[in-house]
Ligand binder design. Structure first.
Ligand SMILES: Cc1ncc(COP(=O)(O)O)c(C=O)c1O
Length: 412
């Protein structure tokens, strides 16, 4: 651990008003953080303050409120650049989330740079948001998609196949940093370096990593990186696309409208440089303001510390679940991110989640928007517990007790 400062994790829970409640008469245990995180009071207050004191449209007015809204919005961009260690705020495009960031690249970069016969490389563990936009692009352009295989239940990428898959036809390799279904942490810096050595661009889907571990886009060496604000203690509806500046400036706009233009005539338009050319219309203004506070909040704790904490909880939960009978666990037994995915023998994941909910434990069951991966593993769904820094070992103990009770209920 880079910084060994002592953190009172239980005290941090008091920053999250939502955690202090009962669900079905039981204390809430929120283990659905991979779907969305909870929000600390400071983020909620920043949003309220913005709407109560500063609300106005950005980049248009010369009046005081518009100046405040604009500087709050742009300060969020500068903060996001620092959060990812981008070279410049001009490399930060605000989006609705990871999904929109990937769609933006697939549309704006893909439409200009891909043609029939070109290749797109993905992995078998991608979320639908890093799969469907590329399928749509492939249908439009005639490009072909190939996949780095997953080894099996332990959920690692079979990297022995990578060199053969990085063919001269492949123009972009888009891959997930941390799998939301398996908890696998992919060695993205190494994978991006191998692609770059062959002149292939890379996009890293950081939806599950950005708020959970330190992220340095220059050290990763990716060309694009996306994440969602709502998964890192920020508001919903705001996300970030990082792109290397020369790539963003060479990409055509994604959508047209106000704010993204330098000049418009009846027959032609001149566009602003990036990032503004990708932010047509009135954006989500409170989003970057709330996200800014969330990023400050996380970095005040320390993302390295959060990473260690989440991984320790996952290790603890994994080992306790592995000691049960009639359970199948997915993802790597060691070196996993802060989540565990599992199936109880002869019990549907939805039944596990429904019964856990009755006990106050919020899990997720389903294909986790990774249907092809589920089929690759020969299952329809899994149950998933995903952790964040406000979760505790005693919550994991209670969760495992609840799983045992569910097994008993089903006669196991
Ligand atoms: C790995 C991964 N990628 C992308 C996404 C999509 O994020 P959003 O729905 O915020 O756009 C998710 C959401 O769960 C995810 O887990």
């Amino acid at each position: 651990m880079k910084n060994s400062k002592k953190i009172d994790w239980t005290a941090l829970r008091q920053d999250f008003p939502i955690l202090d409640q009962q669900v079905h008469g039981k204390p809430l245990i929120y283990f659905d953080n991979a779907a969305t995180s909870q929000k600390p009071r400071v983020v909620i207050d920043a949003l309220t303050h913005y709407y109560e004191r500063d609300n106005a449209n950005v980049h248009r007015g010369i009046h005081e409120l518009s100046n405040r809204a604009t500087s709050g919005y742009e300060a969020g961009r500068t903060r996001a650049a620092k959060f990812l260690n981008a070279k410049s705020p001009d490399e930060i495009v605000f989006t609705r989330g990871s999904t929109e960031g990937i769609n933006l690249v697939a549309n704006a970069w893909g439409a200009k740079n891909l043609k029939a016969g070109d290749g797109i490389l993905l992995t078998e563990m991608e979320h639908h948001s890093n799969l469907v936009p590329w399928q749509l692009l492939a249908q439009r352009t005639g490009a072909k998609i190939s996949y780095v295989p997953v080894t099996g239940d332990e959920g690692l990428l079979d990297l022995s196949r990578l060199d053969a898959l990085l063919t001269p036809q492949v123009k972009i390799f888009s891959l997930v940093h941390i799998s939301n279904s398996l908890g696998t942490v992919n060695p993205v810096a190494e994978l991006c370096a191998r692609a770059r050595a062959r002149g292939i661009l890379t996009l890293v889907d950081g939806a599950q990593s950005a708020g959970h571990c330190p992220v340095d886009v220059q050290a990763i060496g990716c060309d694009f990186f996306v994440f969602s604000g709502h998964k890192i203690c920020g508001p919903t509806g705001i996300g970030v696309l990082y792109g290397r500046q020369e790539l963003l400036n060479a990409m055509p706009p994604y959508q047209g409208g106000g704010e993204m233009i330098l000049s418009v005539e009846y027959q032609k338009t001149e566009f602003k440089p990036a990032p503004h050319r990708f932010e047509a219309g009135t954006p989500d203004i409170s989003g970057p303001i709330g996200l800014h506070v969330a990023m400050d909040y996380l970095d005040a704790i320390g993302r390295e510390q959060i990473w260690q904490h989440d991984r320790e909880l996952a290790r603890y939960a994994y080992d306790k679940l592995a000691a049960l009978k009639n359970i199948r666990l997915f993802g790597p037994p060691t070196d996993r991110a802060g989540l565990v995915s599992f199936l109880l023998k002869d019990v549907h994941a939805h039944d596990v989640v429904t019964l856990a909910d009755q006990a106050g434990v919020a899990l997720r069951g389903g294909h986790h928007c990774t249907q092809p991966l589920m089929h690759r593993l020969g299952v329809e769904s899994t149950a998933r517990a995903s952790f964040y820094f406000y979760n505790t070992k005693s919550e994991v103990d209670r969760f495992v007790d609840v799983i045992r009770e569910i097994q008993k209920f089903f006669g196991q």
